[in-house]
Design a protein around this ligand. Sequence first.
Ligand code: NAD
Length: 245
Amino acid sequence: MDKIKKASELIEESSKTMVLTGAGISTESGIPDFRSPGTGLWENVDPMELLSTSVLYNNPEKFYDKGYKMLLNMTDAEPNRAHFALAEMEKRGFIKGIITQNIDNLHHKAGSKYILEVHGNTREASCMNCGNTVPLDVVTEKVNNGQIPPKCDRCQGILRPDVIFFGDMLPEDFNIASNEVSSSDLLIVVGSSLAVSPVNYLPQMAKNLIIINKGTSVMDHYSDVLLNGSAGDILESILENLLGE
Ligand code: NAD
């Protein structure tokens, strides 16, 4: 059977479907992923070092000089066809919501409503001392004015983006995401190599699994339907099929 048709049938038969997205869904918005050969960020820098609590705590100057700039590159991007297709699927009741490893805010910009951001976001920052939260733009302004590391206006503690760095604990959203997946009939993974733990345990908890990916993922062998190609093309085709167009 045609794979788009088979995926659509699984979605139609499911009473609850969650979607797990990774960096691959945003490459068509111009944000490089980590691991794609030739274009992935890992080809040029080691994000595991730059985006780590170790650099943030021990060498905040280096973090704000290099890692922070990597994050800022994501904040100007616009959602693509894949983000919009998922927002439409939620609106029409085909999916309950999205669990994203991405920090680029593109599901919000596309109009999705129920979004669990298991690796945080690039909308806000918090004080490492008092917990005060401010919009990320406030931090950027301080950095651009030469205040490195940027300080909290309330207590002069150091401000950090609300992104989960290597070395950080996962947020409460991750527990909610685990419960959502274990109580779902179907999980659709879009654009993730599933190499990052513990998020890559979620597909193992899924009753049925669809994987949409350009390259390979660690869980390909485990999927019920494996669709290799562009997330934008495939999600649009599935949506058209679901709408009977
Ligand atoms: P990854 O880089 O490990 O894997 C991305 C996967 O997407 C690859 O398998 C690749 O083949 C596939 N892909 C690339 N372009 C695609 C497209 N157009 N259509 C379909 N598939 C495509 O990404 P990951 O598994 O999300 O893990 C990386 C970690 O880095 C995550 O924790 C994520 O938070 C973070 N990250 C986030 C962003 C972002 O917010 N946009 C960008 C880079 C990294």
